[in-house]
Design a protein around this ligand. Structure first.
Ligand code: FAD
Length: 424
């Protein structure tokens, strides 16, 4: 792991959480049944679900910095249904995806309700910026209703009462969508995992993986030997030499602004219909807002994942914020996080021999990376059958060419598509 790969800027969620004491780094050698690299939603949910199924299992979790250092502690907080990269033409598949993700939402909210987590469940809105797209979304919502999926088209005064964003033609409300602080969720999970027998080492970057029947992981002051490995490193996975051509680290800039509930509305969150998606989530009198233009996202040459996107990204996000909420206050916090994107936008959760992975969730990982723990634990215990009809399990990752072609391709693609509405 190269020093400086991890972000130094702090999210609203981390800056406003109570003080926290991370676990000590690994010193010396430990042996485990399963070693998990990464202390985000994928890593912690996998540790938790493994211990639910096999309480005596030796589980070790290694995190380069602290739990929530990655996207899980830096996201927009939206707990959403659906999976990127899976279309909605097949009614059976649509229903299967809905059932899986709404189960995922419920499981996360169960844990949030258990305490010390900021959360709400006031619904998620998809906003449409022109009348024709809104009409199509209306017809689509009706088709989903016919499958028993409780989304609803909203427009006019009702829409404005749900979310005060200006200049939108219509929206589809998913009443089950939630908002939560990933930092709070991860910090609440830490003592639970330790009580369940997991050994967690923070401040412990894995620098090298040696595969074999017994896998060895090198860290700066210690070694882990384990019979199985879980890569829960999402956008950082390529830095360990895995899925270099499969997962693309996309940086995204986010701000948070104080916003009175009256200026926002009754819904929990929204995302818009543009290719460079804008999203906002409201919790406890604050709105977290991100995306919205090419300048607020970036791919860095060489796949670097850390740092701050700087003033141009900040100005771009604030312009978009002002477009939807002309009276919005000055941001109180600003930060950058790394999303893991695949060519098809479809995540992949799978195994090859004794190496397991869950990654590439795009902007839906709050639900999916938490659900990944259940799937990975079932794959590990030989009970993966119940997930085989979900086409992210064992999904092949496409191939994205290496740099410099990747860097040139990213810039050419964003220049062509940055202002356009999303397909579909
Ligand atoms: C700005 C932003 C906004 C988002 N908004 C939303 C949203 O509103 N809703 C939604 O559903 N999704 C959202 N996402 C996506 C979502 O947050 C992620 O998909 C999800 O958190 C991924 O979880 P993870 O555990 O797989 O990865 P991460 O949370 O990135 O965790 C990976 C962890 O691995 C650690 N690590 C990496 N390499 C090593 C190593 N070598 N050794 C030890 N540790 C290592 C990292 O420090 C990190 O903590 C957003 C993402 C970003 C960046």
């Amino acid at each position: 792991m190269r020093p400086g790969e991890f972000d130094d800027n702090i999210s609203y969620w981390a800056a406003t959480a109570p003080p926290d004491t991370p676990c000590a780094p690994l010193c010396g050698e430990v042996v485990a049944d399963v070693a998990i690299i990464g202390g985000g939603f994928t890593g912690t949910s996998t540790a938790r679900e493994l211990l639910v199924r096999r309480p005596a299992l030796g589980v070790v979790l290694l995190e380069a910095r602290t739990l929530g250092n990655g996207a899980s502690g830096r996201n927009g907080g939206q707990l959403l249904n659906w999976i990127n990269g899976i279309g909605s033409d097949d009614p059976l598949l649509t229903r299967r995806v809905w059932d899986a993700t709404s189960h995922g939402i419920e499981r996360v909210l169960e844990r949030a309700r258990a305490g010390n987590v900021r959360w709400s469940q006031r619904g998620a809105l998809e906003l449409y910026t022109d009348a024709r797209r809104a009409e199509r979304a209306h017809a689509h919502a009706d088709r989903l209703n016919a499958l028993g999926i409780p989304v609803r088209y909203v427009s006019g005064a009702e829409l404005h009462g749900l979310c005060g964003a200006e200049g939108v033609a219509g929206g589809v409300l998913d009443p089950t969508g939630g908002v939560l602080s990933g930092v709070d969720l991860l910090r609440a999970t830490r003592p639970e995992l330790i009580a369940g027998g997991a050994r967690i080492y923070e401040g412990t970057p894995v620098t090298r993986v040696h595969e074999g029947e017994l896998i060895t992981l090198d860290t700066p002051q210690g070694i882990v030997r384990a019979k199985a490995l879980v890569l829960a490193t999402n956008a950082y996975t390529h830095l360990l030499g895995y899925f270099r051509g499969g997962v693309f680290p996309l940086l995204s800039h986010v701000v948070s602004v104080p916003m009175a509930p009256g200026a926002w509305g009754r819904a929990g969150s929204f995302s818009d219909d543009m290719d460079r998606i804008s999203y906002g989530a409201h919790l406890d009198g604050h709105m977290v807002f991100g995306g919205g233009s090419n300048a607020s996202y970036a791919y860095r040459y060489g796949g670097r994942t850390g740092g701050d996107l700087g003033p141009a990204a900040d100005a771009a996000v604030r312009r978009k914020l002002g477009h939807y909420f002309p009276g919005a206050a000055e941001p109180s916090h600003r930060w950058t996080g790394a999303l893991g994107i695949t060519l098809s936008r479809r995540p992949s959760i799978g195994r090859r021999g004794n190496v397991y992975w869950g990654l590439g969730y795009s902007g839906h990982g709050v639900t999916l990376a938490n659900l990944a723990g259940e799937i990975l634990a079932d794959l590990y215990t030989g009970d993966g059958e119940k997930w085989v009809d979900l086409p992210i399990v064992g999904a092949p990752l496409g191939w994205i060419p290496p740099d410099p072609f990747r860097w040139v391709g990213y810039h050419a693609y964003t220049a062509m598509t940055g202002r356009s509405p999303r397909r579909g």
